[in-house]
Each structure stands twice: as structure tokens, then as C-alpha cells.
Design a protein around this ligand. Structure first.
Ligand code: 13P
Length: 251
């Protein structure tokens, strides 16, 4: 059974107090959403424990934005998967384009991180997506196919069940430029086919595939109406509880 998810990636925004307030507002409004829509919020590491507390008893799940590629030890500045679980996370985002672009996140590293996260019991929101040059060169299907295969084809069928894929075209992130519903749908369908080729039709059909990139209340309905778009990974609009909830109410 495919699950619908709307996840808020807060990126490097908010103080702890602001984050707790935002989480509480989201949790309060989440009560009225349909039961088949899962909300997730992904605050910065420093906020996780406090936001977990704020979300207690609500329908909103907690996610990290990244994790370390080692279990523990002398890795200054890193946060291990067990620490995320201990802090109250059920999910972690991995492979966000900002991490690929600014912090040298490679597919090889993402395989390691994904396996560690899954072994710790976390679900992984794996981000894929082409940049503007790649789209203009007509390489978007190839890039997304390669990124998807690079990580998912290293997993077992059982591990795959704890993966959510997020398609985020880099040129649409924070730019106000959204992919059209048709542009997003054709990539989502491609991702589902790539999954089906290795894991079979049923596993591919069960996969939740999110769209991310300037998704907002005014365009969410059209995007979510596509048959292969199962929700969103939201940046800017996730920082306002009303907008975030309005997106989730667009199904
Ligand atoms: P925006 O919604 O701000 O474009 O960000 C999308 C994103 O990168 C979510 O991870």
C-alpha cells in the first residue's frame, strides 16, 4: 500500500524556540488531515530532542536532514544514526542536492549512510534530481536513473520498504520555479520503472515518491493529482505551519 507523505525540510533555519513553536503548530493542525497522509518535519540537529518532545502524541514524524557515514568514534562534527534514533527520529533525509553540491556527498557515501540508517531502524528519504545544465542538455532522465540505481540497487527488497524517494530538480529548489506537474510526473514514472526493473512491479507500486522544489499551497494540488506523485518534500513553505498544512491538505 502506497503511503502519502508531506515532509518539511527546515534546512538551516529557526532557533530551537521557533522550531518548537512551529512543530507544535503543525502537530495541532495535523489532527484534521486524512489518516493516509503522513506528515514529517526535519529540523536541524540541535532542535531534534526538543521538537521530538513537542510532537509527542501527535501524528507528525521526526526526521534528521543527514547522518554520519560511520557508526561512532573520532568523527568530529558528525552525528551518528543511533544518536538520531535516541533523539526521537523515525526518518532521515539523505542525498539532498545541497549536500551533494556543497559538501561533496557522493553516491558511494550515500550507500553507506543509507545502510547504516536502515540498520538503525530509520526510514530514509533519498533525494535525487538533475541540475539546470543537465536538464538543458536533455540528460535529466539519465541523471535521475543513475542516482536512483546507485543507492537503491545496493539494497535488499526488505531494505527498500523503508525508503522514500524524493525527486527534487535542483533548478526548482528555492527559486520559485516549480517543475510543471507533467515534468515531475514523467520523472516520477521513470523512477518507478527503475525500481520495478530490479525489485518488481509490486515493490515499485508501493514506493512513495515525493516531489520537491518550490512546492507551495498554490501548486501542490496539481502536482499531487499526478498518479506517480505521492506527496512533497517542502523547503521554504514548511517554515509556515499554515502553508505546510495547506500543502498536506491538497491531496
Ligand atoms: P523549496 O521548497 O524551498 O524550493 O526547497 C525544496 C527542498 O529543497 C526541500 O528539500
Amino acid at each position: 500500500m502506497r503511503k502519502y507523505i508531506v515532509a518539511g525540510n527546515w534546512k538551516m533555519n529557526t532557533t530551537v524556540a521557533e522550531g518548537v513553536e512551529l512543530a507544535k503548530a503543525v502537530a495541532a493542525k495535523a489532527q484534521d488531515l486524512p489518516a493516509n497522509v503522513q506528515l514529517v518535519v526535519a529540523p536541524p540537529f540541535t532542535h531534534l530532542v526538543s521538537v521530538a518532545e513537542a510532537l509527542k502524541g501527535s501524528k507528525v514524524a521526526l526526521s534528521a536532514q543527514n547522518c554520519a557515514d560511520h557508526e561512532k568514534g573520532a568523527y568530529t562534527g558528525e552525528v551518528a544514526v543511533n544518536m538520531l534514533v535516541d533523539a526521537g527520529c523515525q526518518y532521515t533525509i539523505l542525498g539532498h542536492s545541497e549536500r551533494r553540491q556543497y559538501y561533496g556527498e557522493t553516491d558511494e557515501k550515500l550507500v553507506v549512510k543509507t545502510k547504516l540508517a536502515l540498520a538503525a531502524g530509520l526510514k530514509v528519504i533519498l533525494c535525487v534530481g538533475e541540475n539546470l545544465d543537465e536538464r538543458e542538455a536533455g540528460k535529466h532522465f539519465d541523471v535521475v536513473t543513475e542516482q536512483t540505481k546507485a543507492v537503491l540497487y545496493e539494497l535488499s527488497a526488505e531494505e527498500l520498504k523503508s525508503i522514500v524517494v524524493a525527486y527534487e530538480p535542483v533548478w526548482a529548489i528555492g527559486t520559485g520555479k516549480t517543475a510543471t506537474a507533467a515534468q515531475a510526473e514523467e520523472i516520477h514514472a521513470c523512477i518507478r520503472t527503475v525500481i520495478a526493473e530490479k525489485f518488481g512491479l509490486e515493490a515499485a507500486d508501493d514506493m512513495t515518491i515525493l516531489y520537491g522544489g518550490s512546492c507551495k499551497p498554490s501548486n501542490a494540488k496539481e502536482l499531487f493529482a499526478e498518479k506517480d506523485i505521492d506527496g512533497g518534500l517542502i523547503g521554504g513553505a514548511a517554515l509556515k505551519a499554515d502553508d505546510f498544512i495547506a500543502i498536506a491538505a491538497s491531496f
